[in-house]
Design a protein around this ligand. Structure first.
Ligand code: ASP
Length: 320
């Protein structure tokens, strides 16, 4: 293991479309927190062993993709046609290398496919069937589209369709509508990375692509500045180039991560949307603002102490 020259840190989120605490059993909340902790530790283990930020981000996101509690991979949202179309991206702040896939239906872990696009192709973003063919050629695990379906998402789709038919879609909760997972990391060589994976919006039209696979909108990382993964209505994040705007304010206006992220979140929130993000700066300071009821999240800062939370309160898990 090379001698670390930088503190290490990891932050993860499971989307800002969190359910009201009363709408899920304590057992389900405990499992959600356990999966957040598992994701954090998967990434931290890599960083602590001298691994790269990109590897840690991929590992942390892949754990949440496998969990039914988050809108990504297994447990992803359904389109209005009752199918899953997944988006993901990853960015390496050391090289500005980036990879993404969108509207994929059969790749078990879209974040792994995004990394393969970054490292094994000349492209940044590959869509649909071509991305699936690419992933298969890379030897990634492929599944039937039904693998991603859970009872909860079927219910959310039915409820959204009913609200839409009654003309009361505005009453839909953030949790029924959307969610995402993401991770950011700083490794011992000072490299930053960010990754995001999502099923997008419930009841979205087929072919709709949000911010999560768009570099600069839902995901951005640049060494010495910050790594950012966003969650919320993608169309607004794309128009604000939100993740890059956070980095740009830090570079050009010399803002701190906190000042920059707060300003961008406020601008996004002015569109009356739920929004949140997980970010880390070049010194390992983690910041995770959101304007909704809650945002599943967790982090381990340079002090090595793990924290997770789904609403306002945070659980301190102790040393990682
Ligand atoms: N940003 C995601 C999208 O628009 C959804 C979310 O994060 O809740 O697809």
């Amino acid at each position: 293991m090379a001698t670390p020259v930088s503190p290490i840190a990891i932050g993860i989120h499971g989307g800002c479309g969190t359910l009201d605490r009363k709408l899920q059993s304590e057992r389900d909340w405990a499992e959600t927190e356990a999966h957040l902790a598992q994701s954090l530790r998967a990434g931290w283990k890599i960083l602590a062993a001298g691994g790269r930020a990109v590897e840690a981000v991929e590992a942390a996101v892949a754990v949440m993709e496998d969990s039914p509690h988050f809108n990504a991979g297994h447990g992803a949202a359904l389109t209005e046609a009752g199918e899953h179309e997944l988006d993901a991206s990853i960015m390496d702040g050391a090289t500005l290398g980036a990879g993404a896939v969108c509207t994929v239906r059969t790749i078990r872990s879209p974040i792994r496919a995004a990394r393969a696009v970054m490292e094994k192709s000349d492209c940044v973003l590959i869509a649909g069937k071509a991305a699936e063919d690419f992933a298969r050629r890379q030897g990634l695990a492929m599944v039937d589209n039904s693998y991603f379906t859970t009872e909860r998402r079927k219910q959310a789709l039915a409820s959204l369709k009913a609200l839409k038919a009654r003309g009361t879609i505005a009453l839909a909760s953030e949790a029924e509508r959307h969610g995402t997972v993401g991770a950011v990391a700083l490794d011992g060589r000072g490299n930053l990375a960010a990754g995001t994976s999502t099923g997008g919006f419930n009841n979205k039209p087929p072919g709709r692509v949000g911010d999560s696979p768009i570099i600069g909108a839902g995901t951005y990382a640049k060494n010495g500045v910050c790594a950012v993964s966003c969650t919320g209505q993608g169309e607004v994040f794309i128009r604000h180039v939100a993740a890059y705007d956070i980095a740009a304010r830090m570079i050009y206006a010399k803002q701190t991560l906190r000042q920059s992220a707060d300003a961008v979140l406020e601008a996004l929130g002015s569109h009356k949307i739920g929004a949140g993000l997980m970010a880390v700066d070049g010194a390992g300071r983690v910041y995770a603002p959101f304007n909704t009821l809650g945002m599943a999240r967790g982090w381990i800062g340079p002090d090595g102490v793990a924290h997770v939370g789904t609403h306002k309160e945070i659980l301190r898990l102790g040393a990682a």
